[in-house]
Design a protein around this ligand. Structure first.
Ligand code: HEM
Length: 414
């Protein structure tokens, strides 16, 4: 506690001893969240640093939207190399103010609702082809459907890359997540530098190709922004990798988590089958109850008071959006899964200037894949005795596998 008390003016009575990275939090966080919500937001020592931990809906919603007092930029403190995923380049998710506005403006057009709607038919084709490949009545919904569908939807349809070039971004993402194991002060390992250089070269070739044969999709949009002087080549790599890494895993997780929750609640699976118009409400309930994300974070720009919790300049502020999803001030029977509950504004995609730019893409891909699956199978259940294990970085709540047993529909209309 000495490090904590070293931070002037923090009330030691408002500290809780929590483990934000505990694996069991992903399996079933309800008991922990009930405790964390009881006395409101608090302080905890996280990764050795005294931090604010926001759990109530009101606090999390306010913090997400408050870019005046809370910064998204990661401070370049000693040991920063392990957090420098983007090789020192600016990135939309971890930037503030004018640079953030510039990056967001460069990325936005192909992510708007009309552009996303235009991709629906292609994404449906991707889902149908994956379902065609499933033989028998048992399969892993993550490996055989959700992950490949999300990856092809993002890299192939949204970004507009040929499949043969996917490995460039897949390799860089893997190298990027490997940085977490870097000792403090160490330089990026050769595997990361090589993957970054390969992606940078690739963007060079795309810039040349787009001049003679312009394509559509995000890549083409970013090349246009490059020619307008709005984006460097390195910034193009940083934004593309953010869309791929930040988009693929949560979409796959949302698809897998929806199947898991509906398999565990056959009555609600049947209600959705009887009334397909409930699909959006069902997704909202999965985003609340089994959210793909556990938390996001910010850094305080200066001292201030957040609904009674004093926040100190430079303090990390963890917004536990998934805990806020169980706040009884907002939700009746918060610990029950119910796709028929009254819909409330979601926190799962954030708020304010950093609101998820992939919101429309995420919902479209998830809807299309689930509709195709519902059409193909009359019902589905989790395979008997299957244990659901979780994977991903500490911020994610991603099932590693969702083993399903299905009953095929007698007549299938594509
Ligand atoms: C179910 C799926 C998804 C969930 C739950 C989700 C969640 C979020 C959340 C909570 C934020 C705000 C982070 C913050 O304020 O710190 C965010 C931002 C972001 N998301 Fe998503 N996301 C999803 C899908 C996607 C997809 C499909 C893409 C890309 C195609 C994407 C790209 C981004 C980007 C680039 C940002 C940063 C935006 C900015 O800072 O202006 N996300 N997402």
């Amino acid at each position: 506690m000495s490090g904590v008390l070293a931070m002037d003016g923090l009330d030691p009575g408002r500290f809780r001893d929590i483990d934000l990275f505990a694996p069991e939090l992903k399996v079933d966080p309800r008991a922990r969240f009930a405790e964390w919500l009881r006395d409101g937001s608090f302080y905890a020592v996280i990764s050795g640093t005294p931090s604010a931990v926001l759990t109530r809906y009101r606090d999390v919603a306010e913090a997400f939207a408050d870019h005046e007092r809370l910064s998204s930029e990661k401070p370049r403190l000693p040991g920063w190399e392990k957090l420098d995923y983007f090789n020192g380049e600016l990135n939309i998710a971890f930037s503030d103010g004018a640079p953030h506005d510039r990056l967001r403006k460069s990325l936005a057009p192909p992510l708007l609702p009309t552009a996303i709607r235009a991709l629906e038919t292609q994404v449906a084709g991707v889902a149908e082809a994956l379902l065609d490949d499933i033989v028998g009545d048992e399969f892993d919904a993550m490996a055989q459907l959700a992950l490949p569908a999300a990856r092809t939807a993002i890299l192939g349809e949204l970004l507009g890359l040929p499949e043969a070039d996917f490995p460039i971004f897949i390799n860089l993402t893997e190298a990027m997540f490997g940085l977490g194991d870097l000792p403090a002060g160490a330089a990026h390992p050769p595997s990361y530098t090589a993957a970054w250089a390969a992606a940078l070269d690739y963007i060079g070739s795309i810039i040349a190709r787009e001049q003679s044969a312009p394509s559509r999709g995000v890549v083409s949009q970013l090349v246009r922004a490059h020619h307008d002087g709005d984006l460097s080549r390195g910034e193009i790599v940083a934004q593309l990798i953010t869309l791929y890494a930040g988009g693929t895993s949560p979409i796959a997780t949302l698809i897998g988590s929806t199947l898991l929750m509906l398999a565990r609640h056959p009555d609600q699976q049947q209600a959705l089958r009887d009334n397909p118009a409930l699909l959006d409400a069902a997704l909202d309930e999965v985003l609340r109850f089994h959210s793909p994300g556990l938390f996001n974070f910010r850094f305080a720009r200066h001292d201030f008071d957040l609904n009674g919790l004093p926040i100190k300049a430079a303090m990390p502020v963890y917004m536990i959006g998934h805990a806020a999803n169980f706040d009884a001030d907002i939700y009746d029977r918060p610990f029950e899964f119910d796709i028929l509950r009254e819909r409330k504004p979601l926190l799962a995609f954030g708020r304010g200037v950093h609101f998820c730019i992939g919101f429309h893409a995420a919902r479209m891909v998830t809807r299309v894949v689930l509709r195709a699956l519902f059409n193909r199978f009359e019902s589905f259940a989790v395979k008997a005795d299957a244990q659901i294990h979780y994977t991903g970085n500490p911020q994610e709540r991603a099932p590693a596998a969702v083993p399903l047993v299905v009953r095929r529909s007698i007549s299938v209309s594509h």
